[in-house]
Design a protein around this ligand. Structure first.
Ligand code: ZN
Length: 134
């Protein structure tokens, strides 16, 4: 298993980690020809998603999350550390994605990129990448 460490800069932000994951699959996984790759965030206030890396769409996604789950809506968890909205957004996004590997490469579609979704930044974050042959 490999790790990706990133430092986020905004409270909410989408960071494209496709290149880093591809590098792990190619170089560090021992040249797995066929298998699956699991990308997993270790945190309860972040997510991993697949979508198109287009500047307008990235802003749309963040605005959508903000609209759907606004900060400070009287959530119970806010009594503890004031970031319930971050946890709820994480629930919505999910904490991992699984991608097939074919011919030694991630079988992503033309417009698919892998994003780490920060929901409570800025912070140091850790992502696990596990490649399984099969
Ligand atoms: Zn919390």
């Amino acid at each position: 298993m490999e790790r990706i460490e990133i430092g986020t800069r905004e409270s909410t932000e989408l960071i494209d980690i496709t290149g880093k994951v591809k590098e792990i699959v190619k170089i560090k996984s021992g040249g797995v020809e066929s298998g699956i790759c699991v990308i997993f965030t270790k945190h309860t206030t972040s997510g991993i998603i697949i979508n198109e890396n287009e500047a307008g769409l990235k802003r749309d996604i963040l605005a959508f999350l903000n609209e759907l789950i606004p900060k400070g809506r009287g959530y119970l968890h806010d009594r503890i550390d004031n970031n319930a909205h971050s946890h709820l957004r994480s629930v919505l996004l999910g904490s991992s994605v699984t991608i097939p590997i074919e011919k030694g490469e991630l079988a992503l579609g033309t417009w698919q990129s892998i994003f780490f979704a920060e929901c409570d930044g800025p912070r140091r974050r850790e992502i696990y990448v596990k490649v399984i042959e099969g």
